[in-house]
Design a protein around this ligand. Structure first.
Ligand SMILES: Nc1ncnc2c1ncn2[C@@H]1O[C@H](COP(=O)(O)OP(=O)(O)O)[C@@H](O)[C@H]1O
Ligand SMILES: [Mg+2]
Length: 306
């Protein structure tokens, strides 16, 4: 758990984070979303004590971070940044082993862990272990960055626009994989982005920031359906609902089946149902466990059911 109480960070006269309070629960995936310069990266750096704050308190897993040495705190928190920060002269194996080495794990345990981490992020250990960062694509390097951050099994991950440099197709794959990994390992994640779709896809809750302050903090569904003010409304430009539908397995919303058509795949989302309706003109789509109608989709999209 991370508790931030009335924290302010100033750069000279400029207030980058303004009297901000926020609690992140265990195993929660919190996305911090906001325009460039609103203080997102500053907030992450305050949590892992890379920069000092002017006032307020921060607790990580029940300990006031002032009672911990910065380097000790950072060994317990994984940190992933956009520019990846892989050490260019070290191979993949040594990169992933960075923190386990600092923690003085045995060579055998480290080696086993490196293989496990590569498997977890979907890269074949034998093929990738000995590569140097320059031999990796952007997407592969980003996976190694994630593998390195979780190698020492920290409970908390701070991620600063980690997939920002990856092309759109690989980004979506990485986002989905990472969400699965987070659910499986139950990590507490604070994930910074300015990408709305990314925020809607990944988050349990979204914290919308502007000018160093929290504007709205809630589930993606509630934010999209009830934006607190014009800033939030304009930020989503009314498009969030499509991404919300992408998060929803269609089978969860099925009504009794009437049609005899080939049902959609059981993993289909509501967005895929909607797309099928829009491209074929049919107003009822069969699912493995029932069906979904156009009216039902509209109702789901416009109600608190999503
Ligand atoms: N070391 C610094 N010195 C002066 N101003 C800074 C420094 N770091 C960040 N800032 C300013 O603080 C504001 C918030 O920065 P940052 O947290 O990096 O924003 P974000 O990550 O949301 O884009 C920006 O206006 C930025 O220019
Ligand atoms: Mg930033």
């Amino acid at each position: 758990m991370i508790k931030i109480n009335n924290v302010t960070k100033k750069y000279g006269e400029f207030t980058a984070v303004n009297n901000l309070s926020l609690t992140v629960s265990d195993a929660e995936f919190l996305v911090v979303l906001g325009p460039s310069g609103c203080g997102k990266s500053t907030l992450l750096r305050l949590i892992n004590k890379m920069i000092p704050r002017d006032s307020g308190d921060i607790e990580v897993d029940g300990e006031n971070i002032d009672d911990l040495k910065g380097e000790d705190l950072r060994k317990t928190i994984g940190y992933v940044i956009q520019s990846i920060g892989l050490f260019p002269h070290m191979d993949v194996k040594r990169n992933i082993a960075t923190v386990p080495r600092l923690l003085k794990w045995t060579e055998e345990k480290i080696s086993q862990r490196v293989d496990e981490m590569l498997d977890l992020v979907g890269l074949d250990p034998n093929q990738y272990k000995d590569k140097k960062p320059f031999q990796l694509s952007g997407g592969e390097a980003q996976r190694i960055g994630v593998a390195r951050a979780i190698a020492s099994d920290p409970d908390i991950l701070l991620m600063d626009e980690p997939f920002g440099a990856v092309d759109p197709i690989n980004r979506l794959r990485l986002q989905k994989e990472f969400r699965k990994i987070q659910r499986k390992l139950k990590k507490t994640v604070v994930f910074v982005t300015h990408d709305i779709d990314e925020a809607l896809l990944l988050s349990d809750r979204i914290c919308i920031m502007n000018q160093g302050e929290i504007v709205q903090l809630d589930t993606p569904e509630r934010i999209v359906l009830n934006p607190k003010n014009d800033f939030v409304k304009n930020f989503f430009k009314g498009e969030g609902i499509l991404t919300i539908l992408s998060r929803k397995p269609a089978v969860d919303y099925a009504e009794p089946r009437i049609l005899d058509e080939e049902p959609l795949d059981e993993n289909a989302t509501l967005r895929e149902v909607l797309t099928l309706m829009l491209t074929t003109g049919i107003d009822k789509v069969s699912l493995v466990n029932g069906s979904i109608s156009w009216d039902h989709i509209l109702k789901i999209a416009g109600s608190d059911q999503v």
